[in-house]
Design a protein around this ligand. Structure first.
Ligand SMILES: Nc1nc2c(ncn2[C@@H]2O[C@H](COP(=O)(O)OP(=O)(O)OP(=O)(O)O)[C@@H](O)[C@H]2O)c(=O)[nH]1
Ligand SMILES: [Mg+2]
Length: 1098
């Protein structure tokens, strides 16, 4: 535990005003973990000589080997600032895109964030993402510009150039925050102006010190980063130094007698020192003077690097050392690596931990300062309005705001993830173990385990001081513990928002769908979590078996944890899958779900090497699912066990975890399963050799489909007319549907895709309206819905789409997908999906549903879920139902129900769910069911078939998932980067030079299908200089037609008779079909003799 005792930390936990919960966020490799090392070393948990080399919070072996963080981990630190003592709960997060879900889980538990930016690379894609996440969760950021040493040593900038460069980086970061916060700024500005008008005062002109002119009068500076605000630290974590303006203001106010306040405002900005007049003047740039920041700050650092690292001037070093008043050990100054000496000097002169931690204590909010806005956001799940929540629930808001640890305060805890811990590593087992307490203590002062130390020694230097501890370590290693199989247990990563959590305490576990109104009305007044709650949906009880203090690689046992702290909770694995809300008050609502930025997209099928080990695999996959916020585990209809991950690196980590930790068996994973979408496009206007196409081509397509259709079994019930309308009659001849497939405009598809959340909410609202329940919808949701409607209306223009938005019948697949079912049936006025927007006369509208309306929807959902090309979901297709006749030969009972509107409504409401529709309808239409089965079922099948045929009557295309990537590369490897991109069907969007460096930034898109091994290949081809990050961006139509065969003379000439030049779409399609065990039309060897002769002639 370093030099802070557990007792000390426990006492600090009781004072929320002095607690800071913060996480470190950045793009990958910008130095988060290195910085965390420096902070950890300040508490004596690791030696400061090893800080930056150990990467203490990267406790997993693969994290150490790969050099990237994969899991966020927390540690509690103690810091004295001024006369106050602070407790800092620090969470280090990963920067790689694949693990951005770990960032979400970390950000939720914090009140503030330290955003790290590499001084050379500047703002990178993930920097923007993490700033966005911080903003979404309403947490306050501070900035650390790290790796300043690279400006001196690598880029060899002068101090003046470096100043300009740093200014640019600040501008970049502020530009990002600017776009995020604009709305907020505008709001505040409006408010302020109003106030000012009232008071009649003039806007203050005292803006001399604001570096970023243009932000005008409003004091929105707390939203921006600026050194004179004290929310920026310049650092080199690896060399152990860092400073904010404050440190230098302190030094120079003593040395030069300038007032500290003045220095604080002028050290950064366009100010210079006029030695003669002994004054600080404005306008350094115009007068060609050195700005104060260069003269008083950067020059010192530059000359130190010059003396120590570049020129290695012993005498000068000695001078500097004495003038700074630091002590350097002889061992350090004699060391062959000048960096050792450098960090020895710097870590005493400008310790980075002090700069960062005092900034954190001053600028980040304590748990007591939680904004009311944030609380309301946390408490209002889904479409609900905060003021529509039950009164008791709204009352809990004060509990959040007070963050009280009093006896009667309700306990509210949020678990943001579950992480797996080796049972042996738990403190209760550790103490019971063979080790004597004294030895445990010794071991704890020497943090890394034996294997890691040895590992480190191979790769890193400077472990001399640790060899003394080796005997103890060997002792631990020989511990006879092999008999019992090591077990994984789960610890919940959580935070207490209110009340005091005690060991063994019982609490309610509130599922994400739990409704406090329902809970309150059912549960007796004042009931506790030990009562029986089995009858209330989404509510259960559990007891918190163990409480832990999270100390990086170690856990310490606690008896109780007061509000405002981050903690680990043991014993919840049976109750909590990934995240949960725990409370003693049944009025507490579940927290809003975490904002995950990454879309899981890479899927593999997993099998045990030995089939008999299947149960172990299943168990292992279940554990993996629980331990990873983003990984998904599912069993496909084919019986395959599928793992869905965010990317290649994430996949690798999941497989390693599964193999080594959770299943402990040999497994084999399939090639990644690439998702595709199927769509239809408008008939092409030119043919494959760019000749204008006449009508005959269109007719040819239709003809072909017709032929296919006529070969099918249902030829007598299926008709296709030349305009692409498919009519299909159910086998019992009672109903006929006519459906046409129309490609949706691209923008509409994109809109539907991005609004899937809104559509899902819309669907829920409609569902409850149909069930006759009323749901209080928040204004924001209604706005979002009407926004979507308006956007759709503006995009669907033209004769073809007249009134289409009103006529939307359903979205699909899964009721929120990017395909539309359109009601074009003459004389059928069904209530629109937008009915929640106009809820005036809903009673009369709700009754207008025709019988079996739902079967049509179900048929469409099925058709949209798997298309005819390779059974992948559809995208961007509109199915317009133009005919729906019900023959009058139906038995009388059935006729009745068509007319009888009141019962009709009931039936459709019941049969909402696809699964249940068949059974519930069965009873009612028993009379009409004949040898063909119930009517609803037949109708579902007919609609599905009709949709598929209508789809096939149009030119079909595959859509591929695309990644975007940003690659940073120097000019000399640029060509090779382009080469790799070209080979993998990538497309460069734009390329620009990063100002102030010789780096180019290339933005490109590339199909997910071609992305495996891409990052590695780029890295190899550019000798590690360029390393791309792939982020899923969108779906794109593959332009080539998979069914294309040459038909005209020119095409024969151009492509040859077999047209066997590469057809990318066909290749993808056949690969999917083969994987799914579908029929693949392929000629394996054609003209074998010809090939042989060719071979011989060579
Ligand atoms: N030159 C220089 N290198 C640094 C500095 N800080 C960190 N590094 C190096 O940058 C690399 C990445 O450091 P990490 O601390 O692992 O970066 P990270 O942000 O934690 O990376 P992820 O967790 O994978 O996102 C390591 O090789 C560090 O040695 C610095 O101040 N100067
Ligand atoms: Mg890291």
């Amino acid at each position: 535990m370093g030099h802070t005792s557990l007792e000390k930390i426990i006492s600090l936990q009781r004072n929320p005003a002095n607690i800071r919960n913060l996480c470190i966020l950045a793009h990958v490799d910008h130095g988060k973990t290195t910085l965390a090392d420096c902070l950890v070393a300040s508490n004596g948990i690791i030696s400061s000589r090893l800080a930056g080399k150990l990467r203490y919070l990267d406790s997993r072996e693969d994290e150490q080997i790969r050099g990237i963080t994969m899991k966020s981990s927390a540690i509690s630190l103690h810091y004295s600032h001024g006369d106050q003592e602070y407790l800092l709960n620090l969470i280090d997060s990963p920067g790689h895109v694949d693990f951005s879900s770990e960032v979400s889980t970390a950000v939720r538990l914090c009140d503030g964030a330290v955003v790290v930016v590499d001084a050379v690379e500047g703002v990178c894609p993930q920097t923007q993402v993490v700033l966005r996440q911080a903003w979404l969760e309403n947490i306050r950021p501070v900035l650390v510009i790290n790796k300043i040493d690279r400006l001196v040593v690598e880029l060899k900038l002068t101090s003046q150039e470096a100043y300009t460069h740093l200014k640019k980086i600040l501008e970049q970061v502020n530009a990002v925050t600017g776009t995020l916060f604009t709305s907020k700024v505008l709001e505040e500005r409006a408010e302020k102006e109003e106030e000012k008008e009232k008071e009649g005062e003039k806007p203050s002109g005292d803006q001399v010190y604001d570096w970023s002119a243009g932000l005008e009068e409003v004091d929105d500076s707390h939203l921006y980063f600026s050194p004179d605000q004290g929310n920026v630290v310049f650092a080199s974590a690896i060399d152990g130094w860092g400073f904010s303006i404050r440190q230098f203001a302190h030094i120079y106010s003593e040395r030069m007698g300038i007032k500290k306040e003045v220095l604080l405002k002028t050290l950064w900005g366009d100010f210079y020192l006029n030695m003669k007049a002994k004054r600080i003047m404005k306008g350094a740039q115009a007068k060609g003077k050195k700005p104060l920041f260069v003269q008083l700050v950067l020059d010192n650092i530059w000359s130190l690097y010059d003396a120590v690292v570049i020129r290695r001037d012993k005498e000068k070093v000695e001078k500097v050392v004495t003038s700074l008043g630091v002590k350097v050990m002889a061992r350090d100054s004699r060391h062959s690596d000048p960096k050792v000496l450098l960090s020895a000097i710097c870590s005493q002169w400008l310790p980075v931990s002090q700069a960062v931690l005092s900034m954190v204590c001053e600028k980040l909010p304590s748990p007591l300062e939680m904004a009311a806005e944030r609380v309301e956001k946390l408490m209002s799940v889904g479409a609900r309005r905060f003021d529509s929540l039950p009164e008791q629930t709204q009352h809990l808001k004060t509990a959040f705001l007070q963050c009280s640890s009093e006896e009667k305060a309700p306990v509210i805890v949020f678990v943001s993830k579950m992480f797996a811990v080796d049972a042996k590593a738990l403190p209760q087992h550790r103490q019971r173990g063979v080790l004597l307490k004294a030895q445990t203590h010794k071991l704890k002062t020497c943090p890394p385990t034996l294997s890691r130390l040895i590992n480190m020694q191979r790769t890193r230097t400077d472990l001399v001081s640790l060899s003394a501890n080796m005997e103890n370590l060997t002792l631990k290693d020989s511990k006879p513990e092999e008999e019992e199989e090591p077990k994984e247990t789960f610890v919940a990563f959580a935070r207490v928002y209110s009340g005091v959590v005690r060991r063994g305490q019982r609490v309610f576990v509130l599922g994400p769908k739990y409704d406090p109104a329902q809970g309150l009305s059912t549960l007796p007044e004042g009931c506790s979590a030990s009562d029986d709650v089995s009858e209330i949906p989404h509510l259960s009880c559990c007891s918190m078996e163990n409480l832990y203090l999270l100390m990086g690689r170690e856990l310490e046992e606690l008896q109780e944890v007061p509000a405002g702290n981050v903690l680990g909770i043991g014993g919840l694995e049976e109750y909590v899958l990934k995240s949960a809300t725990l409370s003693t008050a049944p009025a507490c609502p579940p927290f809003t779900p975490l904002n995950f930025e990454a879309t899981p997209i890479v899927r593999v099928a997993i099998e045990p090497k030995h089939p008999s080990e299947m149960p172990k695999l299943v168990r292992g996959m279940r554990l993996l699912n629980q331990a990873d916020p983003c990984a998904e585990v599912l069993i496909q209809e084919t019986g395959e066990h599928v793992l869905v991950t965010a990317g290649e690196v994430h996949l690798q980590r999941c497989l390693d975890d599964l193999r080594d930790r959770f299943a402990k068996i040999e497994i084999s994973a399939s090639e990644p399963i690439i998702p595709f979408r199927e769509t239809v496009v408008r008939p092409p206007k030119v043919d494959m050799v760019n000749e204008e196409l006449g009508k005959q081509q269109k007719v040819a397509i239709i003809h072909q489909v017709k032929e296919e259709a006529s070969q099918g079994r249902s030829s007598d019930t299926l008709h296709l007319d030349s305009s692409g309308l498919v009519t299909l009659t159910t086998p019992n001849r009672l109903a006929t549907v006519g459906i046409r497939a129309i490609p949706l405009p691209q923008e509409v598809t994109r809109l539907l895709e991005s609004s899937s959340e809104v559509i899902r909410t819309l669907e829920q609202v409609n569902m409850s309206l149909r069930e006759g329940k009323s749901l209080d919808i928040s204004v924001r949701t209604l706005e979002a819905i009407s926004d979507l409607k308006a956007q759709l209306e503006s995009l669907l223009q033209g004769r073809k789409w007249r009134n289409a938005v009103e006529r939307i019948w359903a979205f699909g697949p899964r009721r929120y997908g990017p395909n539309i079912l359109l009601n074009s049936v003459e004389g059928y006025q069904r209530p629109s999906v937008w009915q929640c927007l106009s809820r005036g006369d809903k009673a009369s509208e709700a009754t207008a549903l025709r019988d079996f309306d739902n079967s049509i929807i179900s048929g469409f959902q099925l058709a949209a879920l798997s298309g005819p090309m390779c059974e992948e979901p559809l995208m961007g297709v509109c199915f317009s139902v133009e005919r729906w006749d019900v023959q009058s030969t139906a038995p009388p009972q059935h006729q009745d129900s068509v007319e009888d509107d009141s019962t009709d409504h009931e039936a459709t409401a019941e049969s909402n769910m696809e699964g249940s529709s068949e059974t519930s309808a069965r009873g009612r239409v028993a009379a009409s069911s004949d040898c063909y089965g119930p009517v609803s079922g037949q109708l579902i099948a007919a609609v599905k078939e009709a949709c598929r045929h209508a789809f096939q009557a149009q030119p079909q295309r595959l859509m591929a998932a695309m990644y975007t990537c940003e690659i940073m590369a120097t000019a000399d490897v640029l060509g090779r980067v382009y080469g790799v991109l070209g080979k993998r069907e990538g497309r460069v969007l734009h390329e620009e030079m990063k100002e102030g460096t010789d780096m180019f930034i290339i933005k490109a898109v590339l199909p997910v299908a071609e992305s495996f091994g891409f990052a590695d290949e780029i890295r190899k081809r550019t000798s590690g200089l360029a390393s791309p990050q792939l982020v899923f961006s969108h779906w794109e139509v593959i332009s080539s037609d998979p069914y294309w065969v040459p038909t005209t003379e020119e095409e024969y000439l151009h492509f040859g008779e077999k047209a066997d030049s590469e057809n990318q779409a066909l290749k993808y399609m056949n690969a999917v079909r083969r994987r799914k065990g579908l029929y693949v039309e392929e000629k394996i060897v054609e003209h074998a003799e010809k090939q042989r002769t060719l071979g011989k002639n060579k």
